[in-house]
Write a protein that binds this ligand. Structure first.
Ligand code: C2O
Ligand code: CU
Length: 575
């Protein structure tokens, strides 16, 4: 049986590997004149060509008061089906990109900002050169050309800027948008389409009295992740949808920097998902609530059938606990010292996201299909390293969140981060705070897993982690005594891997506080394809990921964007 996951592999891949080979040693390229800006490849015949720009803009987010200064992706279609771009008027979000599986896409990206930028197509499986790796960041006035074939099956993805150290603030200021991929299998399902297929991009922002975006760079902020005081849906506050009494498809995406949502209806009606991240599920999943961490998407089937015209229903983020470091929850309960914790909406608090007003009674509605799409369910038998999973160890050292004991370095790959092209690997994502506290760099577990670290890296010196020592910069936050080592800073992290979608093999929550876990566990949908997974403090998540089609450097990182910019990012070299 073929273990190849994508059925639509084309000749094109051969061609794109040349690009990957040239960039196989980015360190060398970076040491040159840094000219990595791609130009159009004559042999690549694009079905779709889009001219993209990142630029400063003013948009009316609020109905009254001054316009807001934002950074915005603007796009014009040069070639391709006229419905390729759906513009969201009066918005900082870029247009929705509507792609068909199999299309060849060329994007001319122009950076009109006063700072470097690059776009990553989060969820799409594209060659290294078109994946928005930060090494490709371009400067003001420069152009970068992306070329890729849409290999993905139908699903929802999310493009955003990915320039290292600038990602969090650029996404915050607006540089993001939704990608919709359609395919033939999906078309057969006759899911709600057109006006019944809508985006639900959820973000939190803070504004000053002049409607200007506030972003804070102070250390407690960055280490916890930025939490805004206003919830925006599709770029607007106080979101309201006028709906008919029938079924809708809402493509929810968490485009927040660090806020985690627990989506649920006010009246306790369960929620039904038909897709997770970039893929449709095998069958719908109905849950009392659905967790949505930064970078995650969930395709919701929201059915208003049977509801009265004039009635309304509010989608909430429901309360949960345990994702933040112990001191955060504790300080919230005490209500003390929260001034510096910045948000009127605490992580895990209850607040409304959007109101759905049933404006019209209709008699007809599509029926929820019992089965959606079929795909191979990956198991341990499909991997070549069942007993020796690739590690993604989460730890914290000197107020820096790390992966595998290291910070991101543009041109570094550790031995065990080199993966054979075409292989399918088991990957174990776990918290390694114990060894971070006792050893240097949290690499203690690595030896046990037979992964050598041949990289010389000054960061894993012999400093003692010392949770308390590391907290020196957070003076003024009282009430933290009694928690030792890295455990004190243990928090939930949404772990995102670039490249192909993966599947969740298992979760082990034995070390998670049961009372906390009970508030989130029913909201994890692990039966489909994923590219981002929320890992609770103490939790271990095993995934199966194919590394097919493209050679080169593919990032893995925390999608808490403050963490990502703090260096909680590494990369695989597929070769
Ligand atoms: Cu959505 Cu590497 O990011
Ligand atoms: Cu994180």
């Amino acid at each position: 049986m073929s273990k190849h996951i994508n059925s639509s592999r084309r000749q094109f891949l051969q061609h794109s590997m040349l690009g990957a080979a040239a960039a196989a040693f980015p360190g060398l390229l970076l040491a040159g004149n840094g000219k990595m800006n791609r130009t159009a490849t004559p042999g690549f015949i694009a079905d779709v060509e889009i001219e993209f720009a990142a630029q400063a803009a003013q948009v009316n987010i609020f109905n009254s008061g001054p316009a807001t200064q934002v950074q915005k992706f603007i796009a014009t279609l040069r070639k391709g089906p006229p419905n390729t771009l759906t513009q969201l008027p009066g918005n900082y979000l870029g247009p929705i990109l509507n792609f068909q599986q199999g299309q060849k896409v060329r994007v001319f990206f122009n950076n009109n900002l006063k700072e470097p930028s690059i776009i990553h197509w989060h969820g799409l499986h594209v060659p290294q050169h078109s994946d928005g790796h930060p090494m490709y960041s371009i400067n003001t006035g420069e152009q970068f050309v992306y070329e890729f074939e849409v290999l993905n099956r139908a699903g929802t993805s999310f493009y955003h800027s990915h320039s290292h150290n600038l990602t969090a603030e650029q996404v915050y200021r607006g540089l993001a948008g939704l990608i919709v991929v359609n395919d033939g299998d999906e078309a057969k399902l006759e899911l709600p389409g057109g006006e019944y297929d809508l985006p639900l991009v959820i973000q939190d922002r803070s504004f000053d009295s002049q409607n200007q975006l506030q972003y804070l760079h102070a250390m407690p902020e960055r280490i916890m992740g930025f939490l805004g005081s206003n919830i925006l849906v599709n770029g607007k506050p106080n979101a309201e949808f006028s709906v008919k009494s029938r079924a809708y498809r809402f493509r929810a995406a968490n485009g927040s920097n660090s806020r985690i949502y627990k989506l649920g209806w006010e009246d306790g009606t369960p929620l039904t998902a038909i897709g997770t991240d970039a893929g449709l599920l095998a069958k719908p999943e109905t849950r009392p609530y659905i967790m949505l961490a930064p970078g995650e998407r969930v395709d919701l089937w929201l059915d208003f059938s049977g509801r009265k015209a004039g009635s309304q229903l509010t989608l909430y983020s429901l309360p949960y606990s345990g994702v933040m470091p112990g001191m955060y929850d504790r300080m919230h309960k005490d209500g003390g010292g929260m001034g510096m914790m910045h948000s009127r909406l605490p992580q895990g608090g209850k607040f409304p996201i959007a109101v759905f007003k049933v404006s019209e009674k209709v008699s007809d509605s599509p029926k929820l299909p019992e089965k959606l799409v079929s795909f191979q369910r990956l198991t341990e038998r499909d991997v070549d390293n069942a007993a020796n999973p690739l590690p993604i160890a989460i730890s914290m050292q000197h107020m820096k969140p790390l992966l595998n004991g290291k910070s991101f370095a543009m041109d570094r790959v550790m031995d065990f981060e080199k993966v054979a092209l075409g292989s399918i690997k088991k990957i174990k994502i776990f918290h390694d705070h114990d060894s971070a506290g006792q050893h240097s760099g949290g690499m203690g577990m690595m030896g046990g897993m037979q992964h050598g670290d041949n990289e010389h890296n000054g960061e894993s010196g012999d400093h003692k982690m010392g949770g308390m020592g590391g907290m020196g910069g957070m003076g003024g936050m009282g009430g933290m005594g009694g928690m030792g080592g890295g455990m004190m800073m243990e928090m939930a992290h949404p772990i995102h891997l670039h490249g192909q979608q993966y599947q969740i093999l298992s979760r082990n929550a034995a070390k998670v506080k049961p009372a906390d876990y009970a508030t989130v566990k029913d909201g994890f949908i692990d039966s489909g394809w994923k590219d981002t997974v929320l890992v609770m403090p103490g939790e271990t998540v095993e995934i199966v990921k194919p590394f097919q089609d493209y050679k080169g450097l593919f990032l893995y990182h925390c999608h808490n964007l403050e963490h990502e910019d703090l260096g909680m990012m590494r990369q695989f070299y597929i070769g």
